[in-house]
Design a protein around this ligand. Structure first.
Ligand SMILES: NC(=O)c1ccc[n+]([C@@H]2O[C@H](COP(=O)([O-])OP(=O)(O)OC[C@H]3O[C@@H](n4cnc5c(N)ncnc54)[C@H](O)[C@@H]3O)[C@@H](O)[C@H]2O)c1
Length: 335
């Protein structure tokens, strides 16, 4: 992080920080950033957790809170979340309730976190009943994105983020979709992705309607992730969800057939596997789909496209139910 502007903004937020990261990112970026901030005269305590989803837990929140009090951090302190989406969600959640809420700064280091998890103010943890079920809306005071941090990111995590970038193109920007078919720089992917998410979230911060469009591909994607016990990465599951929900959009007569095949070709270009994993428990997947947050009367609802770059508004609901037979047909297009 070489920006003097970012450094000045950080200094303006607090002088005392808990920097929360995971063990891998601590070695890659955390230790050196802590040194840099200390040289600027800031008091920075570095705490790291196990990498991965299991750290988004109640237990981990408790440990971090206690560690922060033990080193004397209090109401006048702030949190720096340095890492992927897990750290953004976990550290943001600690910030939401520590001393009734302190500011936090997000420094996302995965593509998914840079284009998605760091923006929009949703923070939270997982509990045995499901993912992200305990949380808050607590927007970061500052987000610092440095695309260079992605140089060490493994390919599968890179693809995770690209699935969200493709989703942004499909729901809001035919221009981005065009560009993605060529060689688009990662800087432009990030800048456009952030802009689209910011615009949607600002119009509907608490997800009363419009914000649901960010869920395109996710009704099926989330159910696939859960049904495979998270063996399928988020982006891989969302890519399959995008294809199946694109198929529903086409079969219901909203999206032209040719456009559906354009979407399929783009997903192939970014090397997503477009087949359901072998041995997938279909019943479990259908059950998980009904637990989706858009579900009404136990029937899942889907965000659907009426063009590339445009979601069907369905009178402000931005999603609708789909007949079970058609849903089965959409899943078959993934075989
Ligand atoms: N709050 C939101 O709006 C929102 C949106 C989307 C996703 N999420 C959440 O984000 C989480 C997933 O985020 P993720 O995919 O970033 O996973 P992650 O945070 O687990 O990071 C993935 C892996 O990449 C490693 N890593 C991070 N930065 C690296 C770097 N620069 N170089 C090398 N390795 C690096 C991490 O150590 C980890 O092992 C999920 O918990 C999901 O619920 C939240």
């Amino acid at each position: 992080m070489n920006s003097t502007y970012a450094m000045e903004r950080i200094k303006g937020i607090s002088k005392h920080f808990a920097m929360i990261t995971d063990h891998s990112v601590r070695n890659l970026l955390g230790n050196s950033l802590q040194e840099r901030l200390k040289k600027e005269g800031l008091d920075v305590h570095l705490f790291s957790v196990e990498p991965g989803e299991t750290s988004k837990s109640r237990k981990q929140v408790e440990i971090l809170e206690d560690q922060m009090f033990q080193v004397g951090l209090g109401r006048d302190s702030a949190i720096i979340a340095l890492g992927g989406g897990v750290i953004c969600d976990l550290a943001g959640f600690v910030a939401a309730t520590f001393c009734r809420g302190i500011p936090f700064i997000s420094i996302p280091t995965t593509l998914l976190a840079q284009v998605d998890a760091s923006i929009g103010g949703k923070v939270g943890i997982n509990i045995p009943f499901g993912k992200n079920l305990i949380g808050a809306f607590h927007p970061p005071s500052l987000i610092v994105i440095d695309p260079e941090t992605l140089s060490t990111l493994p390919a599968n995590h890179y693809r995770n983020g690209m699935a969200e970038v493709i989703k942004y193109a499909l729901i809001a920007s035919a221009e981005l979709f065009e560009k993605l078919q060529g060689d688009l720089s990662i800087e432009e992917c990030i800048a456009t992705g952030c802009r689209i998410k910011k615009e949607v979230v600002e119009k509907d911060p608490k997800e009363k309607g419009l914000r649901r469009i960010l869920n395109f591909g996710h009704t099926i994607g989330h159910a696939l992730e859960a049904a495979t016990e998270y063996q399928l990465h988020h982006g891989e599951a969302v890519a399959l969800g995008i294809l199946a929900e694109g198929y529903l959009s086409y079969r219901l007569g909203y999206l032209q057939e040719g456009k559906f095949f354009q979407i399929k070709r783009l997903l192939e270009k970014y090397r997503f596997s477009l087949q359901l994993p072998k041995g997938l428990n279909r019943e479990k997947m259908i059950y998980r789909m009904a637990l989706d947050k858009k579900t009404i009367s136990n029937r899942p609802r889907f965000v659907l496209l009426r063009d590339i770059g445009e979601v069907h508004p369905f009178e402000g609901a931005y999603c609708r139910h789909v007949d079970e037979v058609l849903l089965e047909e959409a899943l078959q297009c993934l075989e």
